[in-house]
Design a binder for this molecule. Structure first.
Ligand SMILES: Cc1cc2nc3c(=O)[nH]c(=O)nc-3n(C[C@H](O)[C@H](O)[C@H](O)COP(=O)(O)OP(=O)(O)OC[C@H]3O[C@@H](n4cnc5c(N)ncnc54)[C@H](O)[C@@H]3O)c2cc1C
Length: 367
């Protein structure tokens, strides 16, 4: 049944888009990598060794995937040759390692559509209206695109995008208005502080969290406490229980305080920083073979069932799969050999050592 559904999705995709309409914004490239987690980053390195340049797209505003989003300051002990490093340190090392190949990053945007065209090229579109035509696509999408957790109080869904926001964006749009920033993490504290420092500042900025405990760098916390002490920032401890609006115009947030009171805070805008959760999202619509929400690959090249499309890291599944960074690195290496056979069909894809190969030294920019 699943196979029939997949076939139907693929047929529909291919029948509606045989050739991608070219726009001025179309980027032609050898390779696109979906996901800038540790495996996506190392994929750019391995593709570079095969003389393949890449563009990397991630839904997050920063690289590093789970390592940075979920355990940036926790130690990892099982990366070969690195007895211990934090998630953030590993990502920093990977960024240094891929520098010779200068992949182009496109952050803060989700890959929404992937279609294999009749000529074998692959069309990739993002939520930021970017369009790529590539020879190979490597999906290193981990457990899915990290997306903001939504505020689940009455009225929030209707006001999303107009009065309820999950990213700071252009702070000038809040000038002269009352803004409530929700959350106890660094992102909420930083956004609240930034708003108070705008030249065209909001009329009032309130940082609201259920407890008077915030998780952020000490210097950021001190700046927040200073702003509260000087009256630039208001601090409200409590939980939002409803958004009060008239004709879809927000005017206040209803708050339950720790001492059992219900109060109203004036607000025309709510900025919610309630953490991120991964969503597999559009990947399930790309017509690729999946098993239990993971992409099925062959373990020779980590190719999916669609020619030119590979899947590496936590997003794939095969007999014996282990969701470990080390395993993702191995998969990325073999996927790069598979990609080279497509991008450079006339070249022999020989194994070369970075220690001794003058060709690899040339690619790495080593004199
Ligand atoms: C708490 C914790 C501790 C861990 N400790 C270890 C450890 O000690 N050792 C170890 O080996 N592993 C560990 N892991 C597992 C390890 O983090 C994962 O195996 C690894 O992050 C997988 O890397 P990845 O690049 O495949 O995916 P991810 O790190 O999940 O990165 C995928 C990226 O793809 C992006 N993405 C997804 N879909 C899209 C889309 N459609 N468009 C744009 N972007 C998209 C996401 O935003 C994300 O940034 C740990 C995991 C957790 C949660």
């Amino acid at each position: 049944m699943e196979r029939q559904n997949r076939q139907a999705r693929r047929t529909q995709a291919l029948s509606t888009t045989h050739t991608a309409p070219m726009t001025a914004a179309t980027t032609h490239t050898d390779a696109v990598i979906v996901g800038a987690g540790p495996v996506g980053l190392f994929q750019a390195f391995q593709l570079g060794l095969q003389d393949i340049r890449s563009h990397i797209i991630d839904a997050l505003p920063h690289v590093g995937g789970q390592c940075v989003e979920l355990y940036a300051d926790k130690p990892i002990y099982d990366i070969p040759g690195i007895p211990v490093c934090t998630g953030r340190e590993l990502v920093a090392q990977l960024q240094t390692q891929i520098q010779p190949f200068a992949p182009t990053f496109h952050l803060n945007q989700e890959v929404t559509e992937v279609v294999r065209l009749d000529d074998g090229l692959i069309s990739v579109r993002t939520s930021a209206q970017q369009h790529f035509i590539c020879k190979v696509l490597v999906i290193a999408a981990g457990v899915g695109a990290f997306q903001a957790r939504k505020l689940s109080v009455e009225g929030a869904a209707e006001l999303e995008g107009t009065h309820v926001h999950y990213r700071l964006g252009d702070a000038a749009r809040f000038a002269g208005q009352d803004v409530v920033v929700l959350g106890g993490e660094a992102s909420a504290v930083a956004a609240a502080l930034k708003l108070t420092l705008e030249t065209k500042a909001p009329r009032s900025v309130t940082l609201m969290h259920r407890r008077d405990v915030f998780t952020a760098e000490p210097v950021l916390l001190q700046a927040m406490r200073d702003a509260v002490a000087s009256g630039r920032l208001q601090l409200q401890i409590g939980q939002p229980t409803a958004l009060l609006s008239t004709s879809n115009q927000l005017h206040a947030v209803q708050v339950a305080t720790p001492d059992g009171q219900t109060i109203e805070r004036p607000a025309q805008h709510v900025l919610a920083f309630l953490g991120l959760s991964p969503k597999l999202g559009p990947i399930t619509n790309w017509g690729l073979a999946m098993e239990r929400k993971q992409l099925v690959v062959n373990t020779e090249t980590f190719a999916t069932d669609v020619p030119g499309i590979f899947a590496v890291g936590d997003i794939n599944t095969y007999l014996g799969k282990k969701k470990l960074i080390l395993c993702g690195f191995h998969e990325a290496t073999l996927a790069a050999f598979g990609a080279a056979a497509i991008v450079h069909p006339a070249r022999k894809t020989l194994l070369q050592y970075t220690t001794t190969s003058t060709e690899l030294h040339r690619l790495l920019g080593i004199a």
